[in-house]
Design a protein around this ligand. Structure first.
Ligand SMILES: [Zn+2]
Length: 357
């Protein structure tokens, strides 16, 4: 389990050491406006292996949702230290902690409470969208999640409301909102630092690529032990078919979402690869390691938000911060073993898939 870390600084040091040992070219992009939980500097590190400015490229991203990066970082470390020989005709780009502030502070969103995976709105305009679905559910998030009984009451109320009014409202909520800066799934008012940086990484390192495969590592969607592939290309499209083939997802799976369909997200980080490189063909997935049941995730989302705002000065805020980290990144060895067994294999299939597409 050596690939897992307990802090951003530890994860960063492990990633850099493994990338150097693998002979990767390393590019670090730092922040000078904010620091980490322990006062440490915050950087997003990019390791490039294989071809220089290759026509075919695979990119793996970690830490889009901050705290979820602990698993993605472990995958990259384990893959780097156990990888096979990398052919010269493919370029591999590993992005460690695209959202380093949230990775270090063990939270989902940026220092502005922006959910980065709602912030990549096309051409960075249109941050004023209304979301009545979110507004209708917001009252259920307004409770103290450090009181276990109230948390359960709130979740039961939330579920009963959706049973009465339709689970499509949950999908609407998940699509992001722009008018509650202290709420969940907040898309922000402008591109975040990580948004501008990711677009720069794409153009600097993938600018010559004509065929690109990606995986954006996440945790939280799916049951404990489940791996969920979220693909956002239209079923039937060449891109959807390619990614399905790489990971043997051809058979239609039951949706991981209660409404039965995947929310129509706007502002996903992975969608910006196509925005920046419109002439390349691009396929891939957000891959989620499921961590817990729906109630635990609901409470986790509310806990994360509460510690950022109402509970900031609470004496046990740091313990609740760790409790949230454990929901999204379970310490259970069986879960971590699954991440380290399956994650690198998914990386290998991505690279083989891009090479053969
Ligand atoms: Zn996520």
């Amino acid at each position: 389990m050596d690939s897992f870390s307990e802090s951003y600084a530890e994860a960063r040091a492990k990633f850099l050491a493994a990338a150097r040992d693998a002979g990767a070219r390393i590019h670090s992009y730092g922040r000078d406006d904010v620091v980490g939980l322990a006062g440490e500097p915050l950087l997003c590190d990019v390791a490039v292996l294989g071809a220089e400015r290759g026509e075919r490229a695979a990119i793996a991203i970690t830490g889009t949702h901050g705290v979820e990066g602990y698993a993605g970082s472990a995958v990259l470390h384990h893959w780097l230290t156990n990888r096979g020989r990398i052919k010269d005709d493919i370029q591999i780009v590993l992005v460690h902690a695209i959202n380093p502030w949230a990775f270090s502070h063990k939270t989902r969103t940026t220092e502005n409470n922006v959910d980065l995976n709602r912030n990549f709105i096309r051409d960075n305009i249109g941050y004023e969208r209304q979301n009545p679905g979110y507004d209708s559910l917001a009252p259920f998030f307004d409770f103290d999640p450090t009181d276990a009984r109230r948390a359960l009451d709130a979740y039961r109320g939330y579920k009963a409301h959706l049973d009465r009014n339709g689970w499509h409202l949950e999908n609407e909520m998940l699509e992001g909102q722009c008018n509650r800066p202290d709420g969940l799934f907040y898309a922000g008012k402008e591109p975040e630092w990580s948004n501008l940086l990711f677009r720069r990484i794409v153009t600097e390192h993938l600018g010559a690529a004509r065929t690109i495969g990606f995986v954006d590592w996440h945790t939280g969607v799916g049951s404990f032990g489940e791996i969920v592939y979220l693909m956002f290309d239209e079923p039937g499209s060449a891109e959807h078919a390619a990614a399905s083939r790489w990971w043997n997802r051809e058979l239609q799976e039951k949706s991981a979402f209660k409404s039965g369909s995947t929310p129509k997200y706007r502002g996903l980080l992975c969608q910006s690869i196509r925005q920046e490189l419109p002439d390349a063909r691009i396929a891939g997935a957000v891959v989620e390691f499921g961590t817990a049941d729906d109630y635990a995730i609901f409470r986790g989302d509310c806990l994360d938000r509460w510690v950022r705002f109402e509970g900031r000065e609470a004496t046990d805020a740091a313990q609740f911060r760790e409790a949230y980290k454990d929901i999204m990144n379970p310490p259970d060895p069986s879960w971590r073993r699954m991440v380290l067994d399956e994650g690198p294999a998914i990386m290998d299939k991505l690279i083989a898939g891009v090479a053969g597409w």
